[in-house]
Write a protein that binds this ligand. Structure first.
Ligand SMILES: [Zn+2]
Ligand SMILES: [Zn+2]
Length: 98
């Protein structure tokens, strides 16, 4: 059971969250912390739904397994989890630089 970071409700898609956590396990197995490639070095954040009240996108951190409000930093492909401060990659489809 995950708590929505926007409204505190149950907006997180549990199936998507479980699937993501299973997938990310594989990543950690082959993680290359010395890699020059960002996507080999850091796990990609999980997309686990939208807040039903605010429409805000919800991300899931694979380290602390807590959902947080999706955000991105201009011109950057990584963000840090607001809960545990680990570095995470943004999903490729969400990278909008304008
Ligand atoms: Zn919500
Ligand atoms: Zn975290």
């Amino acid at each position: 059971m995950y708590i929505c970071p926007y409204c505190g409700g149950n907006c997180v898609n549990e199936d998507a969250a479980n699937m993501y956590l299973k997938m990310v396990e594989k990543f950690f197995k082959y993680q290359n912390k010395d890699s020059e490639i960002t996507f080999e070095r850091y796990p990609t954040v999980g997309e686990v739904g939208e807040c039903k009240k605010t429409g805000g996108r919800i991300y899931l951190c694979p380290y602390c397994k807590k959902p947080f409000k999706a955000y991105y930093i201009k011109d950057k492909v990584t963000i840090t989890c607001p809960n545990c401060n680990e570095t995470l990659c943004i999903p490729a489809t969400n990278r909008t630089f304008c």
